[in-house]
Ligand binder design. Structure first.
Ligand code: F6P
Length: 328
């Protein structure tokens, strides 16, 4: 058994609800296994600038329920150079950090891979992003909370759309992926869902709304993934304008934005963060690095980082078809 004495933990990229639950699990599991834990502040920046904090059992009390990340997070350009990676590795060694848990997305995992291979620090990645766009895992920490937040926000928009007989176009996050849009769209009973995985067909969208309008429907919800909005000039506002012009139904666009990244994590996120965080420590304890932890069919699994980065996953279009079938 590897005699690992100290590990580090950092959060990197966009924050996601459940990151704190993951930090807590890492700290508690490591201490249980006789290891010490150092928190690295502001992602890879903390490695480059020796910004470390000792984390004890009680330092992670009362954070399982909190959104955001107590370690702060950042996207760090400096770390993406070979010089940066080597300096980060030297700083880790000087601080006694022998293994590192990196909570973030694909970009963060590339850093973890480089730190393992170039710097000799065993790193294990935990998927933390609201987008659910990490291929090796069915689930990413933060996704469920973000979907629920989006659903709650659209429920509120429905009230005003219904009162005014309007169409509400809601843009949700997800970067280049349509997971949040598809599931939140189904959960709010959207008339139409626009995802990056399917070419935008304004004609189909408009004829669906017109047909439903002709059958007596008075208000409409259209969910648009940001991955589509960022590709069309004028984004969601343009989509709203087109709908209004073509149908005569007053239409408003709302971009939900960063509200989707905040809030207390749901049960699903807290449990996923805890089980995956625990697993990451099990790997590092054995001196195993260069892995990404994920969830497949409800089970915690891990993969080589390079293999994980090359995997592909696709939006379940059968689910998209169901959404389409039940929206009038
Ligand atoms: O990856 C999470 C995410 O919220 C995406 O959905 C979105 O495209 C992006 O981050 C926004 O990033 P920023 O916080 O830099 O505005």
């Amino acid at each position: 058994m590897a005699d690992v004495k100290t590990i580090g933990v950092l959060t990197s990229g966009g924050d996601a609800p459940g990151m704190n639950a993951a930090i807590r699990a890492v700290v508690r599991a490591a201490i249980k296994n006789g290891m010490k834990v150092k928190g690295v502040m502001r992602g890879y920046n903390g490695l480059l600038h020796n910004d470390f904090v000792d984390l004890d059992m009680r330092d992670v009390s009362d954070i399982i329920n909190r959104g955001g990340t107590i370690l702060y997070t950042a996207r760090c350009k400096e770390f993406s150079t070979e010089e940066g990676v080597r300096r980060a590795a030297e700083n880790c060694k000087a601080a006694g950090i022998e293994g590192l848990v990196v909570i973030g997305g694909d970009g963060s995992f590339r850093g973890a891979r480089d730190l393992t291979n170039l710097g000799g620090i065993n790193c294990v990645g935990l998927p933390g992003t609201i987008d659910n766009d990490i291929s090796c895992t069915d689930y990413t920490i933060g996704y469920d909370t973000a979907m629920n937040t989006a659903m709650e926000m659209v429920d509120k928009l429905r009230d005003t759309a219904q009162s005014h007989d309007r169409c509400t176009v809601v843009e949700v996050m997800g970067r280049h992926a349509g997971y949040i849009a598809l599931n939140a769209g189904i959960a709010v009973g959207a008339s139409y869902i626009v995802v990056p995985e399917k070419k935008l067909d304004m004609e189909a969208l408009i004829s669906k709304i017109k047909a439903a309008h002709a059958m007596g429907k008075q208000h409409f919800i259209v969910v648009v993934a940001e991955g589509v909005a960022m590709e069309v000039e004028g984004g969601s506002n343009w989509i709203a304008k087109e709908i209004e012009t073509a149908t005569g139904i007053e239409t408003r666009a709302t971009i939900l934005g960063h509200v989707q990244r905040g809030g207390n994590p749901t049960v699903t996120d807290r449990v996923a963060a805890t089980t995956m965080g625990h697993h990451a420590v099990e790997l590092l304890k054995e001196g195993i690095g260069n892995r990404v932890v994920g969830q497949r069919a409800g089970k915690v699994v891990d993969f080589d980082i390079n293999e994980a980065l090359q995997m592909k996953k696709s939006l379940p279009m059968d689910l998209y078809a169901i959404a389409d079938d039940v929206s009038f």
